[in-house]
Design a protein around this ligand. Structure first.
Ligand code: CA
Length: 655
């Protein structure tokens, strides 16, 4: 192909002729058998491609350099006879007369820092019993997602995890861990089992670029929203990043351990941008994988310097292949899409359809951030919150409207929400309860499209946000004292979103008042800011119990987590005096639940309120202090009842 500029490349890649001539659906990457391995690379603009073979993932010399043969549709290939498991390789790709050495974009294993790809015999990476591992069966109404980072989960010296596994994948496999080995207070996996969450969403654990795997990790930290290899795990979370098979095996062990505990695993995926402009995509087919401004320069809808062009056919294929690969090879239970608003809706729906075709694939969760990180050049319909109608009703979105209505803006630290002083938000709270199916702002097809939450890894932790709005402007916030008013607000925030339609989601540690001491964006802050402080989980144990009770209560009344539109429409709001919000929801006859209906009241004011229950005999299930009354004796009430200040109160009808 003749020498081209970014602008002419843009024209070329957006042309129908290019799509028709070069869209390819055959195998790519390394196709391994014991007898030999075929390497295939899609590089239609390359003049020459060759393969370099290495004995190790880092260091040493080139063993061999072999030219690849150009075939149809821009695919270059080479057959390597013999057993090649553990063979490291790179490509030398020549475009426009200049040659770069690159890892394989389709690599499934790699050495240190992902610089060299590795041919892998995948079955040999399976831990014992892996063939029996399967996705836990989690009914829709029991879905509760807990978002953690592999490193944060166990890095705390008090985590009770053995030293060599702290901050690693394998920490998830250690059973019966306790706080500083005290034998009493459960931590990590043991803690999760008790809490009752049903999914753990892990922040990026594909291979990312911002942590140097060759160096001591003590002084390094990054969340990892900076992909370099999409189809293999991050090395710094493994016990040996130098050997490509180790990280694969350890991720599988982690997933198997969570599955054994009945917990599904959701992977945070970041196909919307890459770490740097110099990356495996650009090394192989410069500019093809990225959206371009009219002058050909990379557009920056991610705020990270580039944005992936999901609408181009070989990019769409790449994203879908990658998701299907992770789901099949690693038995993943769901995907969380970073900046999903940068994906075109067609790609998201095609990904949904591809996952649906897998055994049990319809149960694989898909949800994401329905916004962008900057000005995008995407011209097709975006998978954002304005276009929920264009997305499958099994693709969900983080609902910032619910989040901000409950506790205030995530950007304006001192801006309060319903539970912490801005009680005029009661209308939005009602909308949140019905997962916005009964308002005209978001237009979801059903509650299934809504993720109800108040905190995630971005922005202030819930505790820090509540402390901030509680602190007079001229005083320094104190994040470590257990202020009773803040605790009440925290319980109330949890009580609201855990009684909302939509899928509940929480940042790990939200349930124990996790603090980053006012740090808004800790993506590269020290581990001491980011790690979960397990002693705090003990200190805030009553708050943990409040979450635990609510999660159990939600699970015990299936209609609360029923994701159908009809169930959102069945919510009957009471005519309560403002700013109270009250509603009831009847059980379905077939539901396995002790209560015929729930009546739920939110009182955001610092004083008690009286309300009149609907006719019937009601049991108090949850008040502002305890969410486990439903487990106790049936003390029935009727008529007028009192609501505690700043509280969620829940009754179950017994007749
Ligand atoms: Ca890495």
């Amino acid at each position: 192909m003749e020498i081209t500029t970014p602008q002419t490349l843009k024209k070329l890649f957006e042309s129908e002729a290019f799509e028709l001539e070069y869209t390819y659906d055959g195998p790519l990457g390394a196709v391994y058998t014991h007898e030999g391995t075929t390497l295939q690379l899609w590089a239609p603009t390359a003049q020459a491609v060759s393969v370099r073979l290495y004995a190790a993932g880092d260091g040493g010399f080139v063993q061999q350099e072999l030219p690849m043969q150009q075939g149809r549709r821009g695919v270059w290939s080479l057959y390597l006879p013999g057993e090649r498991h553990g063979q490291y390789y790179t490509y030398l790709v020549t475009v426009n007369g200049s040659t770069v050495e690159t890892a394989d974009p389709y690599a499934k294993a790699a050495g240190l820092n992902g610089v060299r790809s590795m041919i892998v015999d995948l079955p040999s990476t399976n831990p014992r019993g892996w063939e029996k591992d399967c996705r836990p069966n989690i009914p829709e109404h029991k879905r509760v997602v807990w978002e953690a980072s592999v490193r944060d989960f166990s890095a705390d010296p008090s985590s009770g995890v053995r030293l060599s596994w702290r901050g690693k994948y394998l920490a998830f496999t250690q059973e019966n861990t306790t706080l500083a080995f005290d034998g009493v207070h459960p931590t990590c996996l043991a803690y999760l089992k008790r809490l009752g969450v049903t999914y753990v969403q892990l922040m990026p654990f594909y291979d990312f670029g911002s942590v140097d795997e060759s160096k001591n990790l003590a002084g390094q930290y990054n969340w990892g929203y900076d992909p370099i290899n999409y189809n293999l795990p991050e090395g710094s979370y493994s016990t040996d990043p130098r050997r490509g098979e180790v990280r694969i095996n350890e991720v599988k062990q982690m997933i198997a351990a969570l599955h054994s505990a009945g917990i599904g695993v959701v992977m945070d995926v970041v196909y919307n941008h890459m770490y740097r402009w110099e990356n495996v995509f650009n090394n192989c087919v410069p500019y093809y994988y990225f959206r371009q401004n009219p002058d050909g320069t990379p557009s920056n809808g991610s705020g990270c310097g580039n944005e992936v062009a999901t609408e181009r056919s070989m990019v769409r294929r790449y994203v879908i292949d990658s998701l299907v690969y992770w789901a099949q090879e690693y038995h993943l239970d769901g995907f969380r899409f970073d900046l999903m608003g940068l994906y075109d809706a067609d790609t998201m729906n095609a990904a949904r359809a591809a996952l649906d075709k897998l055994p049990g694939g319809r149960e694989i969760l898909m949800y994401g951030e329905p916004w962008q990180g900057g000005a995008s050049t995407l011209k097709k319909t975006a998978a954002d919150k304005m276009h929920l109608r264009c997305l499958s009703n099994r693709i969900g979105v983080f609902c910032d409207a619910t989040r901000d209505a409950i506790k205030g803006s995530c950007f304006e630290g001192r801006d309060p929400g319903y539970v912490n002083g801005y009680t005029e938000k009661s209308w939005d709270i009602g909308s949140s309860v019905a997962a916005w199916c009964r308002s005209d702002t978001l237009l979801p097809k059903s509650p299934n499209q809504i993720v109800s939450y108040v905190s995630a890894h971005d922005n202030f932790t819930l505790w820090d946000k509540l402390v901030l709005t509680h602190t007079p402007v001229d005083e320094k916030p104190d994040y470590d004292t257990m202020h009773p008013e803040v605790l009440a607000q925290n319980r109330m925030a949890a009580g609201i979103y855990l009684t909302c339609k939509g899928m509940p989601f929480m940042q790990a540690g939200e349930e124990f008042g996790r603090s980053k001491w006012g740090e808004e964006n800790s993506y590269k802050s020290h581990i001491s800011i980011n790690r979960m402080e397990w002693a705090r989980a003990d200190r805030f144990h009553s708050l943990v119990d409040y979450y635990r009770g609510l999660i159990g209560l939600r699970a015990a009344f299936p209609r609360l987590g029923d994701m159908s539109r009809e169930s959102a429409e069945a919510i009957e709001f009471f005519c309560t005096e403002r700013p109270l919000v009250g509603w009831q929801l009847a059980a379905k006859p077939e539901d396995n639940t002790p209560w015929q209906a729930l009546a739920v009241y939110y009182n955001p004011e610092n004083k008690p309120h009286e309300v009149k229950l609907p006719a019937g005999k009601w049991k108090l299930l949850c008040d502002g202090v305890s969410s486990s009354l439903w487990r106790g004796a049936d003390l029935l009430c009727s008529g007028r009842v009192s609501l505690q200040p700043v509280s969620v109160t829940i009754f179950g009808r017994m007749d």
